[in-house]
Design a protein around this ligand. Sequence first.
Ligand code: S6P
Ligand code: ZN
Length: 200
Amino acid sequence: MKGSREFSSLFWRLDLEKGEIEGGITVQRRLSDLRGCFADASAYAVALAQGDPVIYTVSTVEPARGPGQLHGALGIIMPGRVGAEYYLTRGHLHAWRPAAEVYLGLRGQGVMLLEDEVTGESEMVPLLPHSAIYVPGCTAHRTINTGDEPLVYLGIYPAEAGHDYEAIAKRNFRQVVVAVNGKPTLLDRAAFLATLGDNR
Ligand code: S6P
Ligand code: ZN
């Protein structure tokens, strides 16, 4: 295998301030890229009318392709909210459904919202420094910054995993993570939307 890849891709220097892996490919996601991700469409429209901030960036390294190889991505999600919903990633299933993933919390405070594609069951798992989350295969995953500083994490996944955004974009996640009395709370999306109806 020696010589078949860049030496630099064997050593990943992580910049936790910028959220970048040295030599990685970085993409930015702005509020306008997240249409349909926040349950509260009115709050989303109000936020977008005020500006189009970068919500998160992802910096990816792909040392090698093919069976058995691993890829990595450093994500940084800004702190903030759209209405009661914390800033979040689009969320996806892996195109190759059995692909699992491990997330390491590096900075800030957040959670992952995991949704089993088969049973529909959801779980909110803390994403914190000095801890890791195992995301099983066939599980939609979304990362959410529930703190007041940038949330930085490293995801490691099979090179063959790929992204399927469409399946989740069609119906969104069944549950939302919202601030209730200042605390991150997992609620059924329909129940959350019903509370908005009462208050408007
Ligand atoms: C890739 C891994 C992460 C996400 C990143 C952004 O399998 O789960 O690198 O791509 O957290 O999320 P999303 O949903 O916009 O790809
Ligand atoms: Zn993933």
